[in-house]
Design a protein around this ligand. Structure first.
Ligand SMILES: Nc1ncnc2c1ncn2[C@@H]1O[C@H](COP(=O)(O)OP(=O)(O)OP(=O)(O)O)[C@@H](O)[C@H]1O
Length: 244
């Protein structure tokens, strides 16, 4: 579980986070939805220990990210926004390399690599060199690299930015698969359709605060709207910076 409590962070005069609190449960996909500048990236960077909050806590499986950043990071898989692969290596070799960076060795490393390849159903590409891989295949390797140390949590910042339709579908299927296996998935987006298609729970953010939390259905009920898009607009007060 990821537990964010009363997080505040300012950059000089800009208050990026203002006592932000929410939780993301295991076996669920939680979406942080908010317009540009709402504070989504700042929040995720605090969770994975790249930034320190001014006040408040971010805990991953009970581990405080600012007190024990290395322990906290072991619990996390981070999905990169660029899939830079070593073209001469096979998919398996790349995943293995990331496993080594995470401190895995010997039989544990070999087994973890095989397991994640199995889990993400990428046996067909595992022993091919990545030169010439499609975007969807590159994305699978990137996700396997993020998950090789078997973290219970996966964080994605605007994951489908720049992906083609096919890759977006592959990514969504893989996230659903990881959810079914119990992974706590937290991603940020300013795209309503993406959030509506994937999320069990949505944390709607505006100006560094939580504007509303609930399942897509609950958010519709809360606002008395039948379409999620209209519910979001009502909650945030405008549709500026949010994409349909
Ligand atoms: N390193 C920084 N220095 C100064 N201001 C920053 C810095 N990082 C973020 N900010 C400011 O903090 C606010 C929140 O930014 P953040 O990137 O967290 O928002 P976001 O919701 O992720 O937006 P987007 O959807 O555009 O990525 C913005 O006003 C931004 O300009």
């Amino acid at each position: 579980m990821i537990d964010v409590q009363q997080l505040s962070k300012s950059f000089k005069t800009v208050k990026a986070l203002d006592e932000l609190s929410f939780t993301a449960a295991d076996g669920e996909i939680t979406g942080l939805l908010g317009p540009n500048g709402a504070g989504k990236t700042t929040c995720l960077r605090i969770i994975y220990g790249l930034l320190k909050a001014d006040t408040g806590t971010a805990k991953i499986q009970g581990i405080n990210a600012s007190v024990e950043p290395i322990e906290a990071r072991k619990q996390l898989g981070i999905f990169p926004d660029k899939f830079g692969l070593y073209e001469r290596l096979t998919a398996r070799e790349q995943v293995r390399y990331f496993g080594e960076l995470q401190g895995l060795t010997g039989a544990k490393l070999t087994n973890s690599v095989s397991e994640v390849i199995e889990r993400l159903k990428m046996n067909d590409i595992a022993d091919r060199r990545s030169a010439g891989f499609s975007q969807g295949q590159r994305m699978k390797v990137a996700l396997a690299q993020a998950m090789v140390h078997q973290p219970g949590h996966l964080i994605l910042d605007e994951p489908s930015r720049g992906l083609d339709v096919m890759s977006t579908r592959i990514l969504r299927d893989m996230l659903r698969e990881l959810r079914a296996q119990g992974t706590c998935i937290l991603f940020s987006s300013h795209v309503m359709q993406e959030v509506a298609a994937l999320c069990d729970r949505v944390v709607v953010m505006a100006k560094g605060k939580v504007a509303a939390v609930g399942s897509p259905t609950e958010l519709c009920e809360l606002t008395g709207e039948s379409a999620l898009e209209d519910a979001f607009v009502k909650i945030i007060g405008s549709d500026e910076g949010i994409a349909a």
